[in-house]
Design a protein around this ligand. Structure first.
Ligand code: SAM
Length: 219
């Protein structure tokens, strides 16, 4: 997929792309500018985070429908992050920023209590081999972290096409008392028949892949 991306020299992330490496070292007192909400013109607006934003397609589509919310995409593959940040810059999207980081670490170290309105986790890597399951984003510990940073009544929205990962989600949610499980409603910007409208979903709809989603509301 990276081969289809423009070369890095043609992309400009100025003002839209942030990198975890730029922050104050973890463990030291965070500086105000390390608070991701301050990267937006209106930091007081509801803050939504997408984990694993890929090329940024979902955020680029969704953000214009909800200009009163701020959206941060977190992606650890440099080429995707750069491409997505450049896309947001070219469209002059004031409510979208992209961060190059490990999202789980970033949430643990940098996101303050009850500051997130919504998490989006769409088509997260399934890591199918048992010995790699610990790399999956959803773990008992990450659900606790999400609960810490989501504001009361806020949500975590999840979609996957992978049966094994879906079972993993169901098991973790069933033993987690911190969220209320609700039906998943498609994103505002999704087209007919889509749950999200991301690159991944559009690539696999024609192949007849089955997608499932859930919404977890913070108690
Ligand atoms: C299968 S792709 C889906 C991308 C996009 N959400 C979509 O639906 O088209 C999963 C993406 O999550 C990213 N990713 C996985 N774990 C991550 C993590 N812990 N932090 C940041 N990005 C992550 C991967 O690099 C990849 O781009």
């Amino acid at each position: 997929m990276t081969r289809s991306l423009p070369s890095a020299t043609r992309l400009d992330v100025t003002g839209y792309g942030y990198q975890a490496e730029d922050f104050h070292p973890a463990g030291e007192a965070p500086r105000p500018e390390d608070d991701p909400r301050r990267w937006f013109d209106h930091p007081e607006r509801p803050f939504e985070l997408e984990i694993g934003s890929g090329k940024g397609t979902f955020l680029i589509q969704e953000a214009p429908h909800r200009p009163e919310h701020n959206f941060l995409g977190i992606e650890w593959m440099m080429a995707f992050w750069r491409y997505a940040a450049d896309r947001a810059r070219r469209r002059d999207m004031q409510n979208v920023r992209m961060l190059h980081a490990d999202a789980v670490e970033f949430v643990r170290q940098r996101v303050t209590n009850e500051s997130v309105h919504t998490f989006h986790l769409y088509f997260s890597d399934p890591w199918p081999k048992s010995r790699h399951h610990r790399r999956r984003v959803i773990q008992d510990a990450t659900l606790q972290e999400f609960h810490r940073v989501i504001e009361p009544g806020g949500t975590l929205r999840i979609v996957t096409d992978h049966d094994g990962l879906w079972e993993w989600y169901e098991e973790h949610v069933a033993r987690c008392p911190l969220f209320e499980r609700e039906p998943y409603e498609p994103c505002v910007s999704a087209k007919r028949g889509e749950l999200v409208g991301s690159n991944f979903e559009r690539k696999f709809i024609p192949k007849g892949r089955h997608f499932r989603g859930m919404t977890l509301r913070r108690k």
